[in-house]
Design a protein around this ligand. Sequence first.
Ligand code: DON
Length: 578
Amino acid sequence: MKQHMTSGSIIACLLVHFLFISCSFAQSDTSINPYHYSISKIAKGNHGAVSSAHPLASMVGLAILKQGGNAFDAAIAVQLALAVVYPNAGNLGGGGFLVAHTKSSKSVAIDFREKAPGSATRDMYLDSLGNPLVGLSEDGPLSSGVPGTVAGLFSTLRYALLPFQDLIQPSIDLAEKGFAITESEAETLNSHQDDFRKYSTETTVFIKKEPWKAHDTLIQKELAQTLIRIREHGMKDFYQGETARLIVEEMKRGNGKISMQDLANYNAIERTPMTFKYKGHQIIGMPMPSSGSLLMLQIMKIVEDRDIGKMGFQSPEAVQLMVEAERRAFADRAEYMGDADFVKVPVKKLSDAGYIKNRMKDYVTGKATPSNIVSPGDINPESEETTHLSIADRYGNAVSVTTTLNGLYGSRTVVGGAGFLLNNQMDDFSIKPGVPNIYGAIGKEANAIAPGKRMLSSMSPTIVLKNNKPYLVVGTPGGTTIPTTVFQTIINIIEFRQSAFDAVNNPKFHHQWLPDQVLVEEEIPSKLINSLHAMGYKTTTTPEIGRTELIKINWKGKKSASFEAIADKRGDDHAAAF
Ligand code: DON
């Protein structure tokens, strides 16, 4: 595959390789057949658009928009659908962030990140000698934080138009009657069979004697019952009722820590979004406990005044600048960032223009700055596997949600009798200073475990405004590569003048201070890699970075717009519009 995809549609179509599912680049068909559906990587329309990790979820979102729902209604319905059709990351037992811009120009940030259970302790994943027991923060019930997703859905409801019953019904049907799984879901289900047996205390629908195949029907009766209880009793069921009881029973059987009190105490929080300007655009993102927007702010401010657009897309010069900006931002992440409800995060200092400029004072064009000489910035104490969905509607609302179980299928613990997976988000805490988590991120005191604290995240649901109207709705999974992928996607459009399709699908790279290496996607040309080596960079190749979902909106006057939805070529991601 070439890295520049001018005839992108055709190439992406070839990537959709399972037989029963055809590939289309035409406007989406909205009749939903869960046993036979096709994947679209691009969709265009004048009324609204949805891009998510699964065709059935995007189709549910589109149907809700067509029914008269707004982007918030669709975001609720799509998340619920993903919890059914995309169990490796879609969830009821995880958490996430929603960033939105409403038709009345209000910017919104809803934090439904998991919290450490009340009985969690700072050293709970260390042995008596203080050595990390790494598996414990990754596998099984002890790795789960108190889930936030259901609280997040209900907190979103205040911006929605339709009754919750209408938004959850498509997911109940998909769980009850089943749907055809894709080839990649079959593959990941097969590779996690032993884990499901090991980390769930009761048998689950994901365990099967014969290997899963593309087009097998996955029916989830217990999950359907959980969704019906939520339909009937609202979030009370999940946090205080029968579902809460089932979660706590699973914890007791599997030595986890989440209690009835932890669940009853959980609340989603509406926060003030993080916003900053980039060349006439306004970027809106998530504040702490996500590091994503602050990292993007630091990185984007560094490239903003160096005219990166002129350097050329993936020129050694531009890539070096981006890598060095990323390196410095991630050094600050490790030192300073964590849940700002628990620790003082010096956000003002870290986003100060003079501070950011000073971070680049040892930057040498054409030569790598080794990470061992880049410490976190010196600041005076201030005076004081995941999935993304992007949705926009014709009323002017735009919603960007990233939600996660953390690893693929999270803790691999399915709540007995309730049919959904729990997260392994506790691993996003720094279990010990300097010990990397599953994404290689290190942290210190700011991100140490404490009861009720939210673990630091990299998730970066983002909205870019142009002329005060939503222009780009964007986000991706990918652990620590999330902010750098969102950054590159935006820069590809604003600076390198790429189409939305190319901006999403062109290969990405990533640096996170430690380990001191540039992670590059396989499709990055070898010429660029050789240039990086000549400057002193080490590179490590990875098959894929991110699964970016993007909507680009072109407003024609106040009320009329055209929408272009792009779904990443890297997965089963599906774009829908009308
Ligand atoms: O919150 C975070 O930063 C991580 N738990 C996200 C994990 C993720 O993106 C998994 N997908 N590849």
